[in-house]
Design a protein around this ligand. Structure first.
Ligand SMILES: [Zn+2]
Length: 383
């Protein structure tokens, strides 16, 4: 057993003094521990669970105009993915969920991390997103129309090993011509997708900005609403009632609004993001009033939204009204529950030893996640 000795432990159960014992990739003991085989001195420091980002795009690199990546080869996309994964894990992110990549790129990356070929966070992946013909993100998605086609498209992703089925319930910011909030897949189509994923308990995720699309997806039984930018009170209440998760991706909006046209982001995307920013503040108010469960996601890979900066999302969530403890919960156990993982997200016996060593208590200060001193994935020190 390897022991992280002399520090404090911080997770959703609070912050307390405890040593952490690790063996065979798992946390085997937490408390006042005797001798182990080896030790790391973490006195004066805090051991926290690695972060879970429920919404990334592993092959996208934060360039201002995402459409320019389409012309690149699959090899280039693969190398970029490797670099992104390394940046994420060095920032203390030990699990990511990819919600849309070309072909089987993210699913293959998941295998390469699992078998030790690539250094990076555990990956759960959607394969290709299911999109109406001409809808948001159609250049990398699987276009499908009508409940039968949507069901087939969802089953194709499941056949490839998808851990989650992703779809587009509204238009988006980064697709030229798509109206950000306009509904895309209908409630009937979304219900067919949910039904296709149900027998294997596979979660479903819907990209949805506009309130009509959010409600369509929520009523259809989708597991998580991604972005939810124009969420109104009715949508928030419906989500709370149905237990639908919200993955707000504040970093995606900030990446576009903070950099703008001068940085090379297409004018249409900047205009749509600026329009969305004010409504997003209200979305947070509605979600917090209604008690919607929030899981952290960044949409990393979108303009100026880099994998190495993922922990900034916790600070943004605090700016929008969460306490640092709530942000930690969103980025650990809530993310784990959304992804269907029951052994990550806490510093507790029986959990995977996905850990970060920090200088400050993240339950008191959301900036504590910046620049971890050490990162472990399944017990191996990777940064
Ligand atoms: Zn996305």
């Amino acid at each position: 057993m390897h022991i992280l000795r002399g520090g404090r432990v911080a997770d959703v159960d609070g912050t307390r003094e405890a040593d952490v014992g690790i063996e065979d990739g798992e946390i085997v003991a937490v408390g006042d521990l005797g001798d182990g085989d080896s030790e790391t001195d973490v006195s004066g420091q805090v051991v926290a669970p690695g972060l879970i980002d429920a919404h990334v795009h592993v092959s996208m690199d934060g360039r201002p105009d995402v459409s320019t990546a389409v012309a690149e080869s699959d090899y280039t996309a693969g190398y970029r993915t490797a670099a992104n994964l390394e940046a994420a894990v060095e920032a203390g992110v030990t699990t990511v969920r990819d919600l849309g990549a070309r072909d089987t790129l993210a699913l293959d990356a998941a295998e390469s991390v699992a078998d030790g070929t690539l250094r990076g966070p555990r990956i759960l992946a959607a394969g290709q997103a299911v999109i109406m013909t001409g809808g948001h993100g159609h250049w990398t998605g699987r276009e499908a129309d009508g409940p039968h086609e949507v069901r087939k498209a969802a089953r194709e992703q499941l056949k490839r090993g998808a851990d989650v089925v992703k779809c587009m319930a509204t238009g988006g910011v980064l697709t030229e011509g798509a109206v950000t909030g306009a509904p895309e897949l209908t409630e009937t189509e979304l219900a067919a997708l949910v039904d296709a994923a149900a027998p294997t308990n596979t979660p479903t995720a819907a990209h949805a900005h506009g309130e009509v699309g959010i409600k369509n997806a929520t009523r259809a039984g989708i597991t998580s609403i991604e972005h939810g930018t124009f969420m109104d009170a009715e949508a928030a209440e419906l989500m709370a009632e149905k237990g639908t998760y919200w993955v707000p991706t504040a970093s995606a909006l900030a990446g576009i609004v903070d950099h703008g046209v001068e940085a090379g982001i297409p004018e249409s995307a900047v205009a749509k993001a600026e329009d969305a920013a004010d409504r997003f503040v209200e979305a947070w108010e509605h979600a917090l009033d209604a008690g919607v469960t929030i899981a952290m996601g960044t949409d990393a890979g979108t303009p100026f939204n880099f994998f190495g900066n993922i922990p900034e999302e916790l600070e943004r969530m605090v700016e929008y009204g969460l306490s640092p403890e709530d942000a930690l919960e969103a980025a650990t156990v809530n993310g784990a529950a959304l992804l269907g993982l029951d052994d990550v997200g806490k510093v507790a016996e029986g959990y995977q030893a996905d850990l970060v060593v920090l200088d400050d208590d993240p339950n008191a200060d959301a900036t504590a996640w910046q620049e971890p001193d050490a990162v472990f994935t399944a017990g191996d020190r990777v940064a």
